[in-house]
Design a protein around this ligand. Structure first.
Ligand SMILES: Nc1ncnc2c1ncn2[C@@H]1O[C@H](COP(=O)(O)OP(=O)(O)O)[C@@H](O)[C@H]1O
Ligand SMILES: [Mg+2]
Length: 363
């Protein structure tokens, strides 16, 4: 069976990333100039994908990437484990450098997780382990041009002392290596990288990754269909309109529509409708579970926003959502990436959550 041209689970491979040329260029320049940069944007907006692409482009001319993923960090041992995994994933000549530097520090890459899960008496101190692993990075950077990507960096704030520890290890060396932080939690990212933050992190520029432009989504959809001997037809504008710039949702909707289009065939209005129905069937339960975990004020705010696009209209009155509660909820929901302020209007980030709310509630 032919592979779908619209992958939508996890980050794309560098060569699959299209659009976002200006941002990619800017990031590449920042990395080459050793300017500390933090890339912020909602989950599934393509931060990791874009950085993969930038890293691959740069690797061809210089800096070799090392990827450290801090997703769902819960302890200092997790931090040590994620740095170790990042180093252990490296292959080729850079791997030989890393192994040799690690060896000179009596460290073996790839076994930190095992070491840290031993019984207490035999377990190394996770703080010392993080320090040693960061030393490997810093020393390797003296022998090879490096780009370190700290992905899902907002996770660092879940472990007390972790951000400070990384700062201590990096602050005198960041001119020697390219560093990019990426994260999805706007409030945490802002706190970490604001002027009031710890001096090292405060030097970073906070760059936002916005929605994909409509014409970029249009190109992706049309080219994906064409490359696989199909035509997207009327479905294109429907996907573009529904996805509202959300990259992962656009790809998911395109994938469903594509699967329903015969090889050699052309998608129609009916194909789109059927594709949308399938995507809804796949996503609704998750929307419902997620919604159920929210506080009542947050639930009302999302419902009102999905219905009217404003928290000060009729709907708010009907749901007895007070302006004070609404204001606090908008602030909190913006902070954790559920909603965004865009062109003066507040919108849900996930068009499929908005769509579920509109179908599930009359208000
Ligand atoms: N430039 C892009 N073009 C097309 N689809 C994209 C693009 N960037 C992201 N996507 C879609 O979004 C999904 C999630 O991307 P990812 O990089 O994992 O996001 P993030 O790191 O922001 O959570 C991908 O699987 C893909 O479907
Ligand atoms: Mg990511």
């Amino acid at each position: 069976m032919q592979q779908s041209p619209f992958p939508y689970h996890g980050p794309l491979k560098a060569e699959q990333v299209s659009g976002r040329e200006v941002l990619a260029q800017d990031l590449a320049e920042r990395i080459m100039d050793r300017r500390l940069t933090a890339l912020m944007g909602p989950r599934r907006y393509g931060k990791t994908s874009l950085l993969q692409r930038v890293a691959a482009d740069l690797a061809a001319v210089g800096p070799q990437p090392i990827w450290i993923d801090l997703y769902e960090l819960n302890s200092m041992a997790d931090l040590a484990g994620s740095i170790d995994r990042g180093l252990d994933a490296v292959t080729g000549s850079l791997r030989r450098i890393l192994d040799s530097v690690a060896g000179s520090l009596s460290l073996r890459l790839g076994v930190v997780g095992v070491e840290l899960s031993k019984e207490k008496r035999l377990r190394p101190d996770p703080v010392l382990t993080v320090r040693a692993l960061m030393q490997v990075l810093v020393r390797a950077a003296q022998r090879q041009d490096l780009l370190i990507v700290f992905d899902e960096f907002s996770g660092i704030s879940r472990v007390s002392g972790a951000a400070g520890l990384l700062r201590t290890e990096l602050q005198h060396h960041y001119q020697d290596l390219g560093i990019v932080f990426a994260g999805s939690q706007p409030s945490t990212m802002r706190t970490l990288f604001s002027d009031q933050a710890q001096p090292f992190f405060a030097q970073a520029d906070l760059i936002e990754i916005g929605p994909l432009e409509d014409h970029a989504v249009e190109n992706i959809v049309e080219e994906g269909f064409e490359a696989t001997g199909r035509a997207a037809g009327e479905a294109t504008s429907r996907i573009v309109g529904f996805a509202d710039g959300h990259p992962q949702r656009a790809m998911q909707l395109a994938d469903a529509t594509w699967r329903l289009t015969d090889p050699g065939g052309k998608a129609t209005e009916a194909t789109w409708e059927e594709g949308l129905a399938e995507v809804r069937a796949n996503v609704d339960a998750a929307s419902e579970r997620m919604f159920a975990m929210l506080a009542p004020g947050h639930q009302k705010t999302l419902r009102v926003l999905a219905a009217e696009g404003s928290v000060y209209g009729n709907a708010a009155g009907v749901l007895e959502l007070s302006p004070g509660t609404a204001r606090a909820a908008v602030e909190a929901l913006t902070g954790n990436g559920f909603i965004v302020k865009r062109n003066g209007r507040v919108a849900l980030v996930d068009p499929l959550l908005a769509d579920w709310l509109q179908r599930r509630f009359t208000l």
